[in-house]
Design a protein around this ligand. Structure first.
Ligand SMILES: O=C[C@H](O)[C@H](O)[C@H](O)COP(=O)(O)O
Length: 242
């Protein structure tokens, strides 16, 4: 029988390292209500909290279906935003992070609930592997800014995004579904490429997209994160603050 361990994927390892470091450095004894984001990095946030001897003291608020399952699987108490409108601290992943800790989020179509939880949190901490830390939004993430829209408004919003200089596309559900992706909130996602967005212009672009009637939320998280924990390929973790 072979006793050799399975090889460790360095990206997976860096996700785990940054997630554990973020929880261990930032979860304080007085924190009770925790927001749990979505994606593949936050899996390790839930795992870390799930291993804590005092985990019964926490209530975790999810940001979507996957996030809810993570909380259940790690046997942590689940709570809703309705009963917990003030969250002590939230941890979430990101698709890209700039030098001002603005983020693109929504690669997994969870941006609306993620932004609700982030906005309700006194501390919002990003966890990501170093591929996401490019310094400029749109530099590494080429799929465009995810934008959640009311379904029958999609063509109207495509016209408006194009007039704003973007290259919008409705996110397809294929091959798993014919037709578009439907979010946890029953809406469509438009991914709109605006090229590289300088940090000084992110807030203005976000405001212009948000002002379009039929847009529910954008995947631009402007000035929301206080810290980002970046897992590097060499096994170290870099902490970025604003
Ligand atoms: O909608 C999905 C979320 O915004 C995720 O937090 C984001 O896509 C990052 O996910 P991952 O940790 O898998 O890169």
């Amino acid at each position: 029988m072979s006793t050799s361990a399975a090889p460790v994927d360095p990206v997976e390892q860096s996700k785990k390292l940054c997630a554990y470091a973020a929880v261990q450095d930032n979860l304080k004894p007085h924190h009770r209500i925790i927001g749990i984001g979505s994606g593949s990095t936050v899996v390790y946030v839930a795992e870390c909290i799930g291993k804590m001897p005092n985990k019964a003291e926490f209530v975790c608020v999810p940001t979507g279906f996957q996030s809810k399952q993570l909380i259940i699987d790690n046997k942590i108490q689940l709570g809703g935003l309705e009963e917990n409108p003030t969250i002590d601290i939230a941890f979430d992943g990101a698709d890209e992070i700039d030098s001002g800790l603005n983020c693109i989020k929504g690669g997994g179509a969870c941006l609306l609930q993620e932004k609700l939880v982030a906005d309700s949190s006194e501390n919002f901490i990003i966890v990501a592997d170093d591929r996401k830390n490019t310094g400029v939004l749109g530099k590494g993430w080429k799929k465009g800014i995810p934008i959640e829209v009311i379904p029958n408004a999609y063509n109207k919003i495509i016209k408006e995004l194009t007039a704003l200089g973007g290259a919008p596309k409705v996110r397809p559900g294929a091959p798993a579904k014919a037709g578009p992706v439907i979010t946890d909130n029953g809406n469509f996602i438009i991914d709109c490429d605006f090229g590289e967005i300088p940090a000084a212009k992110v807030a203005d672009l976000n405001s212009k997209i948000k002002a379009m009637v039929g847009v529910v939320e954008t995947g631009l998280f402007v000035g929301m994160a206080q810290k980002a924990y970046i897992g590097n390929a060499d096994g170290t973790v870099t902490t970025l603050t604003v």
